[in-house]
Each structure stands twice: as C-alpha cells, then as structure tokens.
Write a protein that binds this ligand. Structure first.
Ligand code: ADP
Ligand code: MG
Length: 490
C-alpha cells in the first residue's frame, strides 16, 4: 500500500485526534463540535469548531507570464551566472529539448527558469533555495534539473523529489514522464511502490514521493541513497515546517549526506518562504555554514499576483455563503472555466458537497479521508474537465496545476491550527490555483462575522494587497467584477 493519506505516516486514520496544537499539519483534527449529524450552517456559525483539516500532499503559446522583475538573486561565492534566454542556452540534451518543444509545447524559459537553471546546471552544482510566484513554472526548473543531472546508464536512484501530498507526487511524475519522453531515464514514485514486491530494489534513476513513504522505503532498504546527487523539495516551506514534516526532512537530509557517495545538490522550491522558514532552510541546505547556497527570492508585497483579482463578499449569516454560491457564482460558472471551492475541514467539504448536490448542482469534492482510488478519480475528472466545480480541503491548496481553473472561492478563510491566526501562505497558494502561468483568475473570499473579516483584513495587510468588497446580493456587481477580472464579457 502507499500508506494511507500522503502525509506523515500513521496519521491518516487518526480520526479521533483532538485539536491540540501538537499535531503535524497533515493531521486530522476532529473537534468536539463536529458531530456528523449536526447542521452544516450551525456548525460553521460556531466559529470554534475544529473539524478535520486536510493539508498537504497546454496551451502555452502567446501567454503572458507573471511579472517577476521583483525576483532577487543572491548567488553564493564568485560564480557568475548569466540568465538563459532560450532552452538552447542551457546546453540541454537534444532529447530534453525535444521533450520541451514537442511534448510540453514550451517556446522559451520563463523568468524563474531562465534565472535558476544556469545556477542549478552549472558546476559546482550548488544547492538552491528558490522562491517564485505560483504558476510561474517552478516544476520545470526542478524537473529539467533532475533529468539533466542523472545518468540513464546507472541503474540506481540518483534524483529524489519530495512532495507534501499524493496528488503532487502524481502530478510531478506526470510532468517528469512527459518532459523526459525522449530520454531513456526512468522514474518511479511512492504511489507505484504500492505494488513493489517484498525484496524490491529501486533501480529507476528518479524517485518521487511523499516523505513518510520515502522514509519507509529507505528503512526497508528498498530505496538507497548511495547514488543520489540531487534532491528536490517541492513546496519546500511546507516540507520544512517545524510543527510538521520539518524534523523528518532534516533527518532525511542527514541520511542522504551520510549515505551518498558524491556531493548532494539540494533544490528547495516554493512560492512562499517566511523569514523563519527561510533561515531554517538555509541552515539545513548549507549544512550549518559548511556549504554555499544560491538563493532566489521575491519580496512579500510582490507575491500576490495582480492577474488574480481578489474580492471579499460579506455574508450576513453563514447560510448566505451557500446562497452566494448558488445565486451569484454558479450561474456564471459554465462560462468561467473551472472553479475550486476551498473549505477548512473534511466535514465541511462533505456536507457542502451533499447540500449543493441536493440542490441540483454538479460538483465533486476531495478530502484526505477519501480512499486513493476515489481521490485519483476526482482529480482526473477535474483535470480533464469532466467536472467543473471542485470542493477541496487544503490537500489541494499547493501545487495543483489545472490551467483551466479561473475561479477560486475561499468558502472559509484560511486559518492556522489555532483557528485564529490567518494562514497567509495557504491563502496565497489557494488563490494561486487560478491564474496559472499568467492566465486570468479571480478569487472570492466569503466572510461571515467579525472574526473572518478580521482574518481577511490581516491577510490583505500582510501582502499589501487590497481585497475590495462585492455586495453579497448584487448580481450586477458580481458580473462587473468577473468582467473586470477578464473572466466573462458580462
Ligand atoms: P509553479 O511555479 O506554481 O510550480 P508550474 O511549474 O506548475 O508552476 O507551472 C505552471 C504552468 O505553466 C504549467 O501548466 C506549466 O506547464 C506552464 N509552464 C511552465 N513553464 C512554461 C514555459 N516555459 N512556457 C510555457 N508554459 C510553461
Ligand atoms: Mg509547483
């Protein structure tokens, strides 16, 4: 088995957990108020209900990529890197170039690719901590890095890619296989490991996985680190969270440094690195000052993408949130592309899904307690556009790349585990599911009550980005703002 929910091992089924702050971020939190039968709205109205929280696991031509002039580069040592203007500049193999042009249909590197790839691919292969906007093409940076740096003639794992959720593992494998189609490099993942025989040894050059599962395979000696030369942390700030995967990640880095028979290059990518995580990440990758690490960062106030128009809708009562969905948003959805509705807990996902379905709206939902097959099916149906509206917990808030998503609804404003602190990073990642690679996008934040309003206003201040209000019952105004966001002609 692939080990339940793609988070920390053994946590998937801990449904009886309490809301104590000691949990890892992927842990279920079931509060006292979350009894199955109670009415959704009553429960939402009760702001202190903990509930069960989930957190982590092409048609590009002519698109505008996000404005990234604001990227700050801090190269280590005296190495001078020049930004690449074409994929040819990067001296990639003909097979990889073919993958980029024919399979991915990319024309030229995005800004973050042009900036980071020379740093990654050029000796001395320094480690890198790189922050860049959501949807700016970070996956390509580390996928090309892994595909360029492994030797297909050596049958052992040489590149590892760690991700916070099963969905991201599967997405990153998909990209890797597509981009590497013309190479003879092989990849496997912790999802595939479900069908490994007992005495299996991984011989594929690239291994992608969630780290609970990777740890498991390593301890069973199915996965060995001797040949590893490059390690990627996707959503790195999440992977290093001190109250989450942090200590496991550090242990893994230590095991890698000990076992690997050559220097290991660490690549840490995310759209968000707060100051604390940034210095922690630097300590981990620089091996407490023994190594020089390249850095690329975006100032906080430049993180909120202007292409994603953000609004708040003040709902007099929690039940009005459903009314807004049904009367103001869903009638437009057909014209809008695809929509993700983020909710805070598994219970809300389930109850909202049931309520909307009962009212005759077609939608699906994904949460960490669904079995893998169902999770895969829900994601695939959404990816292929069979379903247009997806209700999701934060299991999908990071990394999920469906370019047709134009609208994100924060049905619940994102909060940390204490239910009081605004979850700034989660906010940015959630809204970043729309507006991929410079496409248009909009986000509606449904707020009810002073507490939610206050949380949203803190988020707005934190990113120095205004979130104007749309009256909850003004249909014309909804049409106007959707038009303003470029999603409809009105
Ligand atoms: P993120 O930086 O959030 O990880 P992704 O790597 O998922 O973003 O990329 C977002 C989208 O942009 C993907 O659909 C990807 O295929 C597309 N993309 C990435 N690089 C390029 C490029 N150089 N040209 C065109 N599209 C690209
Ligand atoms: Mg990503």
């Amino acid at each position: 088995m692939d080990g339940g929910y793609e988070g920390p091992p053994g946590l998937e089924n801990s449904a009886a957990g309490t809301q104590s702050g000691a949990h890892s971020p992927h842990l279920e939190m079931r509060g006292a108020g979350a009894d199955e039968g109670s009415d959704l709205h009553e429960r939402i109205a009760n702001g202190h209900e903990a509930g069960t929280v989930d957190e982590p696991t092409n048609e590009p031509q002519g698109l505008q990529e996000p404005e990234t002039e604001d990227i700050k580069t801090v190269p280590a040592g005296n190495t001078i890197y020049s930004s690449a203007t074409s994929f040819e500049d990067l001296k990639l193999s003909p097979e990889l170039l073919q993958g980029l042009y024919t399979e991915m249909k990319f024309e030229k590197p995005s800004r973050i690719q042009a900036t980071t790839l020379p740093m990654i691919l050029q000796p001395p292969f320094r480690s890198l901590i790189a922050q860049a906007h959501n949807g700016s093409g970070k996956t390509t940076c580390f996928t090309l890095a892994m595909l360029s740096r492994v030797d297909p003639h050596i049958n052992q794992p040489q590149a590892l890619c760690l991700c916070p959720t099963r969905e991201l593992v599967s997405q990153n494998v998909m990209v890797l296989e597509k981009m590497g189609r013309y190479t003879s490099i092989k990849a496997t993942s912790t999802i595939a490991s479900a069908s490994f025989p007992r005495n299996h040894r991984i011989t594929e050059q690239v291994m992608v996985g969630t780290h609970g599962q990777l740890k498991n395979l390593y301890s069973k000696r199915i996965l060995k680190f001797q040949g590893v030369r490059i390690v990627v942390f996707d959503e790195a700030d999440e992977m290093l969270k001190l109250d989450g995967f942090g200590s496991d990640s550090v242990r893994l880095v230590r095991d890698l440094r000990r076992d690997a028979q050559q220097p290991v290059q660490f690549l840490l990518f995310s759209a968000t690195f707060n100051e604390r995580i940034k210095s922690y990440a630097l300590r981990v990758t620089a091996d407490d000052g023994k190594e020089e690490v390249n850095q690329v960062f975006v100032p906080r106030e430049d993180l909120s993408l202007d292409v994603i128009k953000q609004y708040q809708v003040e709902c007099p009562t929690p039940i009005d949130k459903v009314v807004v969905l049904e009367e103001m948003i869903f009638p437009q959805c057909e014209k809008l592309g695809q929509t993700i509705i983020f909710v805070r807990t598994r219970e809300i996902a389930r109850t909202l899904h049931a309520a909307l379905e009962k009212a005759g709206h077609r939608c699906t939902s994904i949460r960490g307690d669904l079995d893998h097959q169902l999770r895969d099916r829900v994601v695939n149906e959404f990816r292929t556009g069979i379903t247009k509206i997806l209700i999701a917990t934060d299991v999908l808030s990071r990394g999920f790349d469906v370019t047709q998503v134009t609208l994100v609804i924060n049905y619940d404003v994102p909060v940390e585990k204490d239910l009081l602190t605004p979850a700034y990073e989660t906010y940015l990642h959630r809204i970043g599911r729309s507006g991929r690679f410079g496409r248009k996008g909009a986000a509606f934040n449904l707020v009810s009550g002073a507490k939610e309003k206050q949380i949203l206003s803190s988020i707005s201040e934190y990113f120095k980005h205004e979130i104007p209000e749309v009256p909850y019952n003004d249909e014309d105004e909804f049409l106007n703002v959707l038009k303003e966001a470029g999603l409809t002609d009105g």
